[in-house]
Design a protein around this ligand. Structure first.
Ligand code: ADP
Ligand code: MG
Length: 297
């Protein structure tokens, strides 16, 4: 795994990849909670009419780590994601983030705890500019501002200015600063995916859930996205859980890997160990889509 050591940390050389964490004196609700938190998935089972999509799956995402969730098609990765973001209910088991139990919460309550997600397919408004899409990403943080907009105009305007400045910082961090005035639909696919990640960052999350962030990208776009994900961890200290099909990318950027197959966890650990695990190798042999375990990112 020399590929992993070689690539670690290279993103810090990128001048735009510096972003301060928001200061403590920002308005209430502008940070996703109080500091680092573990995401603890315990014995989670999800059944759909006779089919067990997840079977007593457990894993822990450590604060400030990049954790990959991998497995062949149909393994249960998206189901797991939907559980973590409050979209699916578990049949049994628990998911805790910091002190909070997530399994009974609606998606907006999960987001309010500092868990932000992107989707496998782009979920931006194509006719709106990048700036407006990112401002929408701050909606959770600006609700008080919207309510008071007609009542206390100066304070609402000050808040809007502050959010606008933060949006510009985040856009620069994600390498989409130049694109702020451009309608999202006019941008190349790889740039749109970075805008989506930037929008999730606009929620000031503590945990970022990324569903196949490099799917459909060419080699250059993949490397750019991998560098951005590493810098999210390195310069912001945000934990990242990513579902990914591209094994080369997983092996390079993940600190820990959980492997699912037919809804069961078959391996969990550092990438170099998981990659050698005979059960993982067997699961991937039949999965020609993945390009095998040594795939190039
Ligand atoms: N809403 C649903 N209703 C019924 N079956 C589902 C639903 N979502 C997923 N499944 C089934 O659960 C299994 C796991 O699917 P999924 O989590 O999408 O796998 P992956 O993302 O790893 O490819 C599959 O057999 C899939 O058909
Ligand atoms: Mg899926």
């Amino acid at each position: 795994m020399d590929g992993m050591t070689r690539h670690r940390g290279e993103s810090q050389a990128h001048p735009a990849r510096r972003l301060r964490t928001p200061p403590a004196n920002q308005p209430v609700g502008t940070t996703g909670g109080d500091g680092p938190a573990h995401l603890v998935v315990s014995e989670v089972t999800v059944r759909f009419a006779g089919l067990t999509a997840l079977d007593a799956v457990s894993f822990t995402v450590a604060p400030g780590s990049v954790h990959a969730l991998i497995g062949p098609n149909g393994a249960g990765k998206s189901t797991c994601f939907n559980v973590l973001s409050g979209v699916y209910r578990v049949t049994s088991g628990s998911v805790r983030f910091g002190g909070a139990e997530l399994t009974s919460l609606r998606p907006h309550r999960v987001a309010a705890l500092g868990v932000a997600r992107t989707f496998q397919n782009i979920a931006l408004s194509p006719h709106l500019t990048v700036r407006d899409n990112l401002m929408l990403g701050r909606h959770r943080l600006t609700r008080a501002g919207f309510v008071s907009a007609g009542l206390r105009l100066p304070s609402a305007r000050r808040e809007a200015v502050r959010h606008g400045a933060r949006v510009e910082e985040i856009a620069a961090f994600a390498g989409v600063g130049e694109a702020l005035p451009v309608p999202v639909g006019l941008l190349p696919y790889g740039v749109q995916k970075r805008v989506e990640l930037a929008r999730a960052l606009c929620m000031e999350p503590r945990l970022l859930l990324l569903d196949e962030p490099v799917a459909g990208m060419n080699g250059g776009e993949r490397r750019e996205m991998a560098a951005l994900i590493r810098s999210v961890r390195e310069s912001l200290g945000i934990s990242v859980l990513l579902v990914e099909h591209d094994m080369g990318m997983v092996m390079r950027i993940a600190d820990a890997v959980t492997v699912l197959d037919f809804g069961r966890r078959i391996a969990d650990g550092p990438p170099e160990e998981v990659q050698r695990d005979p059960e993982v190798v067997r699961a991937y042999l039949g999965d020609f889509d993945s390009g095998g375990l040594g795939g190039e990112a």
